[in-house]
Design a protein. Structure first.
Length: 151
């Protein structure tokens, strides 16, 4: 009888718990212009972006342009480059912070999905003073960062 009660409570709570972690087509793996793969996922502080595979066309394997000289030797693989995004609807997120390792600058950010195209806009102050980068949903399978470090 106790097992049945526990099962009933679990079934009643399941939809509530699922609402705490909204799903979105924004989540997943995306290819940025150099071909590196960025994973957009739900993190404890909101939606975050992490480099999960570094393209051979990437300018460097290290964070050479970081304004903090002590960070310039850190690997770009597994680097979190976006955080604190909040969904405004299932295909848009805003309020996030973006780090661009190509320039070493940090920006406010927003994302908008259009089919299998993601428009990621970084800006200072207001979105009108920004730049949009277009990413494609990743179909390529590159060696993940962890695999590269182990070889």
């Amino acid at each position: 009888m106790l097992r049945i009660r526990i099962l009933v409570v679990a079934l009643l709570l399941a939809p509530t718990l699922a609402l705490g972690a909204p799903s979105s087509p924004l989540l997943g793996d995306w290819s940025e212009p150099t071909g590196s793969i960025i994973r957009i996922e739900q993190c404890p502080t909101g939606i975050c972006l992490r480099i999960v595979s570094l393209s051979s066309k990437a300018p460097s394997e290290f964070d050479l342009n970081n304004p903090d000289p002590t960070q310039r030797t850190r690997a770009l693989c597994d680097l979190e480059i976006g955080k604190e995004f909040r969904l405004t609807d299932s295909s848009r997120a805003s309020g996030g912070v973006l780090y661009d390792p190509k320039s070493g600058h940090t920006y406010r950010g927003q994302m908008m999905l259009d089919g299998d195209v993601l428009k990621l806009r970084g800006y200072i102050g207001t979105p009108i003073f920004g730049k949009t980068e277009v990413w494609q949903r990743s179909a390529a399978i590159l060696a993940p960062c962890a695999a590269k470090r182990n070889h």
